[in-house]
Design a protein around this ligand. Structure first.
Ligand code: ARG
Ligand code: ZN
Length: 465
């Protein structure tokens, strides 16, 4: 859609003169805009994301040459202005920007650190939908996380895999890289003949270009946080199936790990069917997994619809964990990174539930084991002390312990209703820890402060489990 523009040239000139006199920053068009904020003040990553606009769609057009490592990209963002905007930022790490447009007109741009500032030719009025494109090139470099792990665009023998939790997606496309701004995606990947490419969602096209390269197109209709965007490029063997009666399952594994991972890849429809019983309707229109040779990825990641695994961690427990994230993390997404236990505590508890129902290990056995481990008591799950600790044991294990205590307190039936209702109420949205405690109390019909004070927010280990 188009925003309306008002004012004749004369009026604009008069206004501009007035603005200059007043020391303002009005440009032609008559809107008195200000720049969008350079960050969303996340407690751990204050500069991540950007203020002043909300993205509804990303169109990523990517061409990659595995031999040189060079990526040529165009990112088209469809967004709505939340204020009169004279300029706005995108997060981008490395790479060279070749050009930018806003609503088809060339836009000025500037880079400082991981901030790319676009200054549209005409200011964007509050409420207007706009399209921004950024064309860029270069050899993407991964980032090193606060916890020492590598993320972003990771090169492999003959290709690359992109994983972005928490901040790595800025290494391969400019965007509003905070989990609070979710959007739909289209990814177009052009690769040399003989190189396969995968991304999130449904593959909607595959064609050979006149120059012999092969293009695939991938569509994610449901909103996705940018840290969950992925591509996997290289040589892969694929498997297909249908889950839940209608959800296409596409798995891909690098040849050396394809045979060894095939049986477990084949379990995806069965695991999803069990999780739907527990968590409610599957939130996405595609499913799958990507399994890579070891040596590139430091961890498995629940990339939306199609989680990625280094083959060493492609086991049933981790698969159950990453599939559970499709509900908890991917559909219901934390409002900021401090709420990460809403992802990891829930996905860990999903492992305990799975073991209880299908492997005859009661959740209380997992709870007792976690209670006994010193590493789990370093900090409360709802308050990681720093970015370095976002993926530490207390977030996973104490997070799951909170849910187990909740279950003991309210009983199995109400607990089930809370899990399913939480996934339904915040489906495809963002939520905070406070949203969860309030929701659980509303379903339970009682105050649960004593539980939260000790298990969710309390320092140190309680005397009794
Ligand atoms: N979310 C991943 C999981 O399911 C872990 C990601 C770890 N990220 C990191 N930067 N250490 O367990
Ligand atoms: Zn996880």
């Amino acid at each position: 859609s188009q925003r309306s523009r008002t004012g004749t040239a004369t009026l604009a000139a008069a206004l501009l003169a007035l603005a200059v006199l007043a020391g303002g920053c009005t440009e032609a068009g008559g809107v008195r805009g200000t720049p969008g904020a350079a960050g969303l003040r996340d407690p751990f990553f204050p500069k991540l994301g950007n203020g002043g606009y909300d993205v509804s769609h990303y169109g990523l057009t990517l061409a990659y040459d595995p031999a040189s490592g060079r990526l040529d990209g165009t990112t088209e963002i469809t967004a709505r202005a939340g204020q009169d905007l004279s300029a706005f930022n995108l997060d981008l790490a490395g790479l060279t920007v070749r050009g930018a447009t806003v609503d088809g007109a060339p836009a000025a741009y500037n880079r400082a650190g991981n901030e790319l500032t676009l200054r549209p030719h005409e200011e964007i009025p509050e409420g207007a939908e706009f399209r921004a494109t950024v064309t860029y090139t270069g050899v993407p470099e991964p980032l090193t996380d606060a916890d020492g792990s590598k993320e972003g665009w990771l090169r492999t023998a003959g290709g690359a895999v992109a994983v972005g939790e928490p901040a790595g997606s800025m290494t391969w496309f400019p965007g509003n890289h905070h989990p609070s701004d979710k959007a739909s995606y289209d990814v177009t990947l052009t690769l040399p003949a003989g190189t396969d490419g995968f991304s999130n969602g449904i593959r909607t096209a595959r064609r050979t270009e006149p120059d012999g390269r092969v293009t695939t197109e991938w569509h994610s209709a449901e909103p996705m946080a940018s840290y969950l965007a992925t591509v996997a490029i290289g040589r892969y063997e694929t498997g297909t199936a249908t889950a839940l009666g209608s959800v296409p399952v596409l798995t891909a594994a690098e040849p050396p790990v394809a045979a060894g991972s095939a049986a477990l890849r084949g379990e995806i429809p069965g695991i999803l069917a069990r999780q739907v019983e527990r968590f409610g309707p599957y939130p996405f229109s595609a499913a799958g997994a990507i399994v890579t040779r070891d040596g590139t990825l430091g961890y498995a990641l629940e990339t939306q619809t199609r989680p990625v695994f280094p083959s060493a961690s492609f086991d049933r427990t981790t698969l159950v964990h990453e599939l559970a994230h499709q509900w908890f993390g991917n559909s219901v997404t934390p409002a900021d990174w401090r709420d990460i236990w809403l992802n990891e505590g829930f996905a860990t508890y999903a492992e305990w539930l799975y073991a209880e129902e299908y492997e005859h290990v009661p959740a209380r056995t997992h709870f007792a084991r976690a209670f006994a481990q010193d590493a789990n008591w370093a900090f409360p799950p709802a308050a990681p002390p720093s970015a370095e600790n976002l993926f530490d044991p207390p977030v996973y294990q104490r997070g799951a312990m909170v849910l187990h205590k909740l279950r003991e307190t309210v009983g199995d039936r109400v607990f089930d209703e809370i899990l399913r209702g939480w996934a339904a109420k915040y489906r495809h949205a963002n939520a905070t820890t406070g949203d969860f405690t309030a929701y659980a109390e509303s379903v339970a019909g009682r105050d649960l402060d004593a539980l939260w004070d000790v298990w969710l927010y309390g320092d140190g280990k309680p005397d009794r489990p």
